[in-house]
Design a protein around this ligand. Sequence first.
Ligand SMILES: Cc1cc2nc3c(=O)[nH]c(=O)nc-3n(C[C@H](O)[C@H](O)[C@H](O)COP(=O)(O)OP(=O)(O)OC[C@H]3O[C@@H](n4cnc5c(N)ncnc54)[C@H](O)[C@@H]3O)c2cc1C
Ligand SMILES: *[C@@H]1O[C@H](CO)[C@@H](O)[C@H](O)[C@H]1NC(C)=O
Ligand SMILES: *[C@@H]1O[C@H](CO)[C@@H](O)[C@H](O)[C@H]1NC(C)=O
Length: 424
Amino acid sequence: MMKLKKLSRNLAQIPSMRKKFSSSAAAGIQKEKTDCVVIGAGVVGIAVARELCLNHNRNVLVIESASTFGTGSSSRNSEVIHGGIYYPPNSLKARFCVRGRRLLYEYCKEHGIPHKQIGKLIVACGHEELPKLNYLLNRGNENGVEGLRMMKGSDAMKLEPELQCLKALWSPTSGIIDSHSLMLSLMGEAETHGTIFSYNSTVIGAHMEGNQINLHISETKSLKNLDSKSQGNPDIILLPKLVVNAAGLTSTALARRFNGINHGVIPQSYYARGCYFSLSNITVSPFKHLIYPIPEDGGLGVHVTLDLDGNVKFGPDVEWLSDIDDISSMQNNFDYTVCADRANKFYPAIRRYYPSLNDASLQPAYAGIRPKIAGPGDAFSDFIIQGEEGHGIPGLVNLFGIESPGLTSSMAIAEHVAAKLSRF
Ligand SMILES: Cc1cc2nc3c(=O)[nH]c(=O)nc-3n(C[C@H](O)[C@H](O)[C@H](O)COP(=O)(O)OP(=O)(O)OC[C@H]3O[C@@H](n4cnc5c(N)ncnc54)[C@H](O)[C@@H]3O)c2cc1C
Ligand SMILES: *[C@@H]1O[C@H](CO)[C@@H](O)[C@H](O)[C@H]1NC(C)=O
Ligand SMILES: *[C@@H]1O[C@H](CO)[C@@H](O)[C@H](O)[C@H]1NC(C)=O
């Protein structure tokens, strides 16, 4: 019962649970009714929790396996507010990026979240890339991205003296944001409206009893002894009306542990690591705007990102990782190492548009991993926001493949998920 008592230190904050957990003589597995459970306290889970309690009057419990919020992809990205150019018209990525961006800028202004709308140049450096730049302009226009403008190379190079390119696409709505401040602010609002964040607790599976989801929760610590083939013994079972699976890199593996879901509707997952290198020994940034090359397979290309402290970083590249077992994934035991020798590929890629990049000026910074649902060379894949119509379980929404532009889209995803669940 030790395990239960520790876990209960978090869960006991829920008024209806206080009584049960205070008794040390608890026998068997506790079952507790709850209104909504959000799995994962990344930027998307947090935004969903806030939306459910603030605008839909729901009682929300967020279950997070790590010891704090935002330790997954939400703190390992470029922190770029994207315009919405790249994605196929009417895809969820296109719609949520454009809507999410507008919501995000508004929110940042209202709540004093550090951000800057610095704009971005997508640059073509070879003649073969020129048609792609035109294609991106048309696509962005179709997606309703405001203010896009093609620039002559010479004009772009006047704007950015260190830049070399033949032609550039200017996107004035792109910007940068302090994602940690964003998460803190969204969480603060959620907590004010009754949301409880329970850390060090992991959802290890679920089963159905009639139409009632039984969610299996375990203290994260006890996962160490769990093998990925076994169901595991939950410390507590929650009986929620709504469940939002926002477990990021783990959402597919977790859905496969839900007894009662047809595995055929859960997409195959792939993991693509992206490493960042920072520019060392600089006194002033060589660039004032975000600089992106033409996108590559699996990512947007090794680009220049500026952060709000004036640091310059390059990345992320694309490196496909092999599969990871689900229990390791729940503990975020992904390999986030930045291999210093990947810099050898960065120098030539960056010098195509920034020729005066000095030798030995790149320092390994950090890495993030994209939760992909399409593999190398596969066609575009969209965000998947899967409700009852997709998997047959009332009150459950699975979020799959929430890679870039997931940060930009977070508030729009939250609106959409909450609206999808409003009839339950
Ligand atoms: C390299 C890289 C660069 C990116 N750049 C940008 C960008 O510039 N702009 C942009 O808009 N987007 C960008 N993105 C995308 C963006 O970072 C993600 O879409 C977003 O952070 C996803 O948030 P999330 O909440 O879905 O996932 P996460 O932040 O990964 O959160 C999931 C949470 O679930 C928890 N969890 C997992 N399993 C369980 C379980 N079983 N029980 C309980 N909790 C669990 C995890 O610990 C984690 O905290 C980038 C992504 C990457 C990888
Ligand atoms: C979560 O676990 C860590 C280490 O295992 C511990 O330091 C921390 O206090 C725990 N947090 C909560 C909220 O219980
Ligand atoms: C950067 O500075 C460090 C320490 O000051 C020095 O060791 C290194 O050689 C410098 N690198 C470059 C590229 O100038």
